[in-house]
Design a protein around this ligand. Structure first.
Ligand SMILES: C[S@@+](CC[C@H](N)C(=O)[O-])C[C@H]1O[C@@H](n2cnc3c(N)ncnc32)[C@H](O)[C@@H]1O
Length: 270
């Protein structure tokens, strides 16, 4: 996993979960497998005393607790079970990602949060396929598609992958609204190509709301922009220090080369 994505998810934890360090919070990481040589994963960020992190993937491997048989219908995961669903560098590999987010919607508790990170740029990288890139307008459309609340979305242009981030909140719906979601979920699943069974997936008429239900708007944008300012100030200071240190030597060297060229001598290294 590239460091910028880890940093953005860490800011999500700071901005949205740090007040709940002692509370019981369940986190599901979709596409959790540690695939890079560094084997870095988001697990290390979710370390609250009573927090329970679970990694879900379609492949067995490092950092995978639940390996699902069907990429779009997670028979292994009950409805309304998680306070937080996270995912990084995965949506671009899912051909019908609009169906996958319906599963994210199903397994979140009312008031629960999804924090999804996916690239807007970078090179083609197939795990096992590479289908899509994401922008805030696309994430906003996904929010509407689910009937969720959009708490934040932006693209971090400071990095090679141009990570786009979205934070969605599952509303605390009335019974009728929950049934409408269930109906839309079933229609979406029935349109999937291939054979998918989902008669065993159960939806309850009510569910207890997550402790995160009062989460703020725009907190991650604020923290990410603060981080970029700090980084660019630090870079600017470093550039000035290097120039102050090496500037006089570079200037002396340039003057010496110019003088040697003027006098017709070949420049000598000094
Ligand atoms: C590029 S890797 C990213 C892994 C990790 N999140 C990271 O950033 O290092 C994408 C992962 O998504 C998994 N994946 C692809 N489709 C999936 C699906 N429908 N549900 C869950 N995981 C999926 C792949 O098996 C792979 O492990």
């Amino acid at each position: 996993m590239h460091k910028n994505s880890l940093d953005l998810m860490s800011l999500f934890v700071t901005g949205y979960l740090s007040n709940y360090g002692g509370e019981s919070i369940r986190i599901l990481d979709v596409g959790s497998q540690g695939v890079d040589a560094d084997a870095r994963t988001y697990r290390q960020l979710f370390v609250g005393e009573n927090w329970q992190y679970q990694g879900l993937d379609i492949a067995e491997g490092h950092n995978v607790d639940v390996c699902v048989l069907d990429p779009y219908v997670w028979h292994e995961v009950p409805s309304d079970a998680f306070d937080v669903v996270i995912s990084g560098q995965t949506l671009e590999h899912v051909p019908f990602f609009w169906n996958l987010v319906f599963e994210v919607g199903r397994v979140l508790r009312p008031g629960g949060l999804a924090c999804l990170i996916a690239p807007s740029g970078g090179h083609e990288h197939r795990y096992p396929v590479d289908c899509w890139r994401f922008y805030p307008d696309g994430f906003s459309a996904l929010s509407t598609w689910l009937g969720f609340e959009l708490l934040d979305t932006f693209t971090d242009w400071s990095h090679y992958w141009g990570d786009s981030v979205v934070i969605l909140k599952k509303p605390t719906w009335t019974i009728d609204e929950r049934q409408a979601f269930e109906h839309r979920w079933q229609v979406a699943m029935s349109l999937l190509p291939g054979s998918h069974t989902f008669t065993d997936i159960t939806f309850e008429a009510t569910a207890e709301a997550s402790i995160l239900k009062n989460s703020p708007q725009g907190k991650l944008s604020e923290l990410a922009s603060h981080r970029r300012t700090l980084l660019s100030t630090a870079l600017h200071r470093l550039q000035r220090a290097v120039l102050e240190l090496l500037g006089p030597r570079i200037t002396r060297g340039a003057i010496s080369v110019r003088n040697q060229l003027r006098s017709g001598k070949a420049p000598t290294a000094n």
